[in-house]
Design a protein around this ligand. Structure first.
Ligand SMILES: [Zn+2]
Length: 51
C-alpha cells in the first residue's frame, strides 16, 4: 500500500502529487514556482456500519 501525499500551492492553489515534486530540486510549485506548499493528507476512509 502506498499513500499518495499531495501538496497544494499557497499561491495558485494547484494540487500536485509529491511524486511530481520529486523531480524538481526542492519542493516548489511546478506551475508558478512558489515555495509555499501545504501538505494535504488524504482523508482516512472509515467504514461505519449503518445500523
Ligand atoms: Zn503555484
Amino acid at each position: 500500500m502506498s499513500i499518495t501525499i499531495k501538496y497544494r500551492c499557497a499561491n495558485c492553489g494547484r494540487i500536485m502529487d509529491a511524486k511530481d515534486l520529486d523531480i524538481l530540486p526542492g519542493i516548489r510549485c511546478s506551475y508558478c514556482g512558489s515555495k509555499v506548499l501545504y501538505k494535504i493528507r488524504p482523508p482516512k476512509i472509515k467504514r461505519v456500519k449503518a445500523i
